[in-house]
Each structure stands twice: as structure tokens, then as C-alpha cells.
Design a binder for this molecule. Structure first.
Ligand code: FE
Ligand code: FE
Ligand code: MG
Length: 170
């Protein structure tokens, strides 16, 4: 068992800390799955604008890993334990991993867009739950939410450009 001290930083929070830790562990699991979804998609992707899409997917993978780092550190600050076993990820995650069995760029983008929409919902909920009750987690959730909204836009832009390209070639 790890040593626990009564932290002022935890006792000031006016919310159910265990419920918040559970939400954060779900988010942490989703970040790791999103990391792999992006990373493996980047390895496999083929079709129009492959090089540009691959670079964006790799960048997003790195950013999801950064989110995992921030969320895990906050769970520890809250005296919680970040999910220890990768086998738990798919059980805790609400945003499901979708194996990229079809490497076509539009299919890969659609899978990642579903992931981003789910992540946006997740951080919207954490931001709402912590509003006024836990400023530190609230700020973190709002910051990550902003990144996820940007990710969704980046992917949507590729979908639009690929469809314009296909139209131009008709
Ligand atoms: Fe993320
Ligand atoms: Fe994202
Ligand atoms: Mg981007």
C-alpha cells in the first residue's frame, strides 16, 4: 500500500473525488486507445493525401499521449491510482477502439473522427462536473477539450479536401 497524507489540495474539493477519479481513469484509458488508433492508422493509411494525413495522425498520436500524461498526473494528485493494466483500457473506455482493418484514408479518418467526438463528450462532462468544485481538474479538462476540438477540425478538413479532390477528378 502506498503512503497517504491528508492533502489540503484534495480536502478543498466540493465533489465526489472517487467519482472524479473514475471519470479520469476512463479518460486515461481512452487516451491510450486513441494513441494506438492514431499510431497504427498512420502506419497503414493509403489513398489520396496519404503523406499529409499520415503526418497529422502521428502528431495527434503524440498529443493523445500528452493528454494521458496530464490525466495520470492529476489522478495521482487526487490520491487515486491510474489504471495499471492495459487489459482494463477497453473495459473502462466509453470511446471504443476500432481496428483499422480497411486502410483507406476515408475509413481511417472516419474512425478517428468518431474517437474525437467521443473524447469531446468526455472532457465536456469532466469540465462540467468539476466546474467551481475543482479548479485544477476543470482547467485541465478545458485545455484538453480545446485540443480534442482542434483534432476533430483537422480531421474534418481532410475529409472535405479529399472529397473536393475526388470531385475535381471526375
Ligand atoms: Fe486526447
Ligand atoms: Fe484527440
Ligand atoms: Mg492537428
Amino acid at each position: 500500500m502506498k503512503e497517504e497524507i491528508n492533502k489540503k489540495g484534495v480536502s478543498i474539493l466540493s465533489l465526489d473525488v472517487q467519482k472524479l477519479i473514475d471519470m479520469l481513469n476512463a479518460a486515461l484509458s481512452e487516451e491510450w486507445l486513441a494513441y494506438y488508433q492514431y499510431w497504427i492508422g498512420a502506419q497503414l493509411v493509403e489513398g489520396p493525401m496519404r503523406a499529409e494525413v499520415e503526418a497529422e495522425l502521428l502528431q495527434h498520436a503524440t498529443e493523445e499521449l500528452g493528454h494521458a500524461d496530464l490525466v495520470a498526473k492529476r489522478i495521482i494528485e487526487l490520491n487515486g491510482t491510474p489504471v495499471l493494466n492495459p487489459l482494463e483500457w477497453s473495459k473502462l473506455a466509453r470511446c471504443k477502439y476500432e481496428a483499422p482493418e480497411d486502410p483507406y484514408v476515408e475509413t481511417i479518418l472516419a474512425q478517428n473522427i468518431r474517437g474525437e467526438r467521443c473524447a469531446i463528450q468526455r472532457y465536456q462532462e469532466i469540465a462540467a462536473y468539476t466546474d467551481k468544485a475543482d479548479y485544477v481538474t476543470h482547467k485541465l479538462a478545458v485545455q484538453i477539450l480545446g485540443d480534442e476540438v482542434e483534432h476533430e477540425k483537422d480531421l474534418d478538413d481532410f475529409v472535405v479536401d479529399i472529397s473536393l479532390l475526388k470531385k475535381a477528378l471526375k
